[in-house]
Write a protein that binds this ligand. Sequence first.
Ligand code: CAA
Ligand code: NDP
Length: 283
Amino acid sequence: MGVQNILVIGAGQMGSGIAQVCAAAGYSVTLQDLKQEQLDRGLGIITKNLSRTVDKGRMTEEEKQAVLDRIQPTLDIEAARGADLVIEAAIEQMNIKKQIFAQLDELAPAHAILATNTSSLPITEIAAVTKRPEQVIGMHFMNPVPVMKLVEIIRGLATTDEVYQTIEDITKNIGKTPVEVNDFPGFISNRILLPMINEAIYALYEGVATKEAIDDVMKLGMNHPMGPLTLADFIGLDTCLYIMEVLHEGLGDSKYRPCPLLRKYVSAGWLGKKSGRGFYVYE
Ligand SMILES: CC(=O)CC(=O)SCCNC(=O)CCNC(=O)[C@H](O)C(C)(C)COP(=O)(O)OP(=O)(O)OC[C@H]1O[C@@H](n2cnc3c(N)ncnc32)[C@H](O)[C@@H]1OP(=O)(O)O
Ligand SMILES: NC(=O)C1=CN([C@@H]2O[C@H](COP(=O)(O)OP(=O)(O)OC[C@H]3O[C@@H](n4cnc5c(N)ncnc54)[C@H](OP(=O)(O)O)[C@@H]3O)[C@@H](O)[C@H]2O)C=CC1
């Protein structure tokens, strides 16, 4: 059975981007979150992104409206009953993801594929709470979703070839490039990116340079589009911390220990751009 209806769980920065690109490709999308405020915020970001595309002459006002009309917001996870594919993009915590997947397994039709946008958590462990581990898979988008080409696709131990192929086809349909990666903590993207960011935070913590200088070195010296501290703020410092914890625990090597300064900022509620303050202050 083909995929037509996609349910996206979590209307944060990633969930809203995923809903946008799926709806733009013609899928019928339901976007679910726990709070109306988050749904409104997510839909606001999607509308702003699409309006920018209209302003650039790459989309008509009618096409924009058609994309918006294909996105149905809801607070009710019962929406899983109508889904062919669920893409989960709630927060990066194993206990939350397990709860969500157990519920989805109860609600979603037997043919539905359950995908997670986790940045680092083992797919096999998430799949194990369901009675359909062969239909559970990692579909790891990059931030900002409408811009970044990559989707890492990660099979759990039991994921079938058929399910992998369906997800690879959908990834291409929404204009992204799939790269297959094995199920190890942090996959490839965050096993390489996050230790670099964590090291930049250590450099700040140890007083090696100012935050601006650290970012300038990596931007001007390595041609990175954003410095590592700006990028950490952009990803979300909570997400950065969770990923480092997964790497530290999952790979068992002290080189992945999260910097105490990162912990302190997250405890203070300084989560980066999304909360208005991280290493930098945002309007
Ligand atoms: C943590 C994980 O699990 C994995 C991850 O995602 S890690 C994070 C991966 N992402 C990155 O590393 C992003 C690094 N940063 C960048 O690539 C760039 O700074 C950027 C693309 C975000 C912005 O690019 P820029 O050249 O500085 O800015 P700007 O010229 O304003 O934008 C470039 C384009 O992106 C679009 N864009 C920028 N930010 C956007 C956003 N948040 N949402 C949608 N579109 C956006 C702009 O509209 C513009 O589009 P056009 O070229 O079509 O006009
Ligand atoms: N940020 C990034 O660069 C990337 C993140 N990811 C992954 O994507 C996922 C989401 O990250 P991101 O969008 O940045 O995080 P955000 O904090 O922006 O969004 C998470 C959203 O999920 C909601 N949520 C939390 N629990 C539940 C639940 N049980 N059911 C439904 N919604 C829930 C949150 O609501 P509330 O705020 O009310 O708790 C919030 O709206 C994480 O797994 C992350 O690791 C993957 C690639 C890149």
